[in-house]
Structures are given as C-alpha cells and as structure tokens.
Design a binder for this molecule. Structure first.
Ligand code: SF4
Length: 216
C-alpha cells in the first residue's frame, strides 16, 4: 500500500513537472462545471465550449434559466455539444432533481455529506459515475477521483489497473492509496487527460514520454 502510494505520487510528480499546474476545470462558476459535465458526455471539449457559449450568450446558464427553458429550445441552444436531444433531457433531469432536493441551490447540494450525495446523484437519470465525480470534484471541491477513458488507458498501460476493471475498481486505486485531497485529485486528473492527449493516446507516442521507465 505504501509502495503504491509512492508510485502514484511519483507519476503525479513527473506529470506535474512536465506540464505544470493546469488549473482545471475551465469555467466561471460551479454551475457551469455541472452543466459542462453533462454536455461533455461522448463529445470533445471544443463542442462543449460552443454549447456553453450559446447558453451564456442567451443568459441561460443558471438553474432557473434552464428550469424555465422549454426542452426543445434547450436542445437547440446546446446543439453544438452533439446528442443534443439526449443531453437536453439529461440537463432537465438534473435541474429538476436539484430543485426537488436542494431548492435549486448548488451551495445547499454541496453542503451535504459528499459520499451520501454521490450515492444520491447516481440515482438521478443521466448522471453516471464519471459525471457525478466530475461535479463533486471540480464544482464541489470534494475529494473523489474522476475516472475516464484517459485514466483507464494510462494506468492499464502502466500495469496498475486492469483495462476492464470497471469504474469503481479503478477509482479505488486512487481513493485507497492517496490522501483524500481534492486539490491533488483535481490536478492529477487534469494531468492524466493532458498526458492522454499528448502521449498516451489510443495510438501511443511513447518516444519522449516522461513515464516511459515506469511503463510495462
Ligand atoms: S510509455 Fe507509452 S504507453 Fe507508457 S505511459 Fe508513456 S505513452 Fe503511454
């Protein structure tokens, strides 16, 4: 366990040394992060940015703005994010739950015990584990680790997780071996994404990879 902690922190240090602090998630408010976490499902970030820009331009990026907006109109505004019919429904499910459970207040939502809140969020249709953890970590500053395709790819290639281990098994590598520190988890995940885009891509670019000596 101690060795695993050292290994994970060594990887973190190497990535941080290469890329520097990345300051994720790029957003003006916690609510924008929550909306972005739903919009980013199955699409790239550039498309999400366009959809967020549309919402901002129309002054709709607030809980009441999205609650009062007709579904068809919401789908049209977030069209650049792709799968806009599905995502508009998911946004509505999230907003309705936010109002039903927390009076539309993210502050109230994030003041709940975060482990219980995570379980509650996973019962909301359209919010999967990655989306819930992204909201909790980046918008709520709660110490939960986000697992995404970049995380699975990098850490399975490093021989630390099974590629088909499943979300919770892979998440527990970080949750069980690292201190529960939201800042660390925030930066670590952002660095994993960056490394997954620059080196550890589907077709990996191992030449010059800072983790080369640790890789199997
Ligand atoms: S050496 Fe290659 S496979 Fe290993 S982490 Fe780097 S890019 Fe990925």
């Amino acid at each position: 366990m101690k060795m695993m902690k050292e290994t994970l922190l060594r990887i973190f240090d190497l990535l941080l040394e290469k890329y520097g602090p990345l300051g994720w998630w790029p957003a003006d408010s916690p609510f924008e992060i929550c909306v972005g976490a739903i919009l980013t499902q199955n699409t790239n970030w550039l498309n999400v940015e366009k959809a967020i820009a549309n919402l901002k331009q129309e002054k709709l990026l607030t809980p009441h703005g999205l609650r009062d907006l007709p579904l068809e109109r919401l789908a049209a505004v977030i069209r650049p994010a792709g799968f806009f019919n599905v995502k508009s429904v998911r946004l509505k499910w999230f907003i309705n739950w936010l109002y039903d459970s927390y009076g539309g207040s993210l502050e109230r939502m994030f003041s709940a015990d975060w482990r219980e809140l995570r379980e509650e969020m996973l019962l909301v249709k359209g919010i999967g584990r990655e989306t819930a953890d992204s909201m909790l970590l980046y918008a709520g500053h709660k110490p939960t680790f986000v697992v995404d395709a970049y995380t699975v790819r990098l850490f399975s290639r490093l021989g630390l997780v099974r590629e088909n281990g499943g979300y919770e098994e892979i998440r527990s590598l970080f949750m069980d071996n690292l201190p529960g520190d939201a800042k660390l988890f925030n930066e670590y995940h952002a660095l994993i994404v960056r490394h997954g885009k620059e080196h550890c891509r589907k077709k990996q670019r191992c030449a010059g990879c800072i983790l080369h000596l640790l890789c199997r």
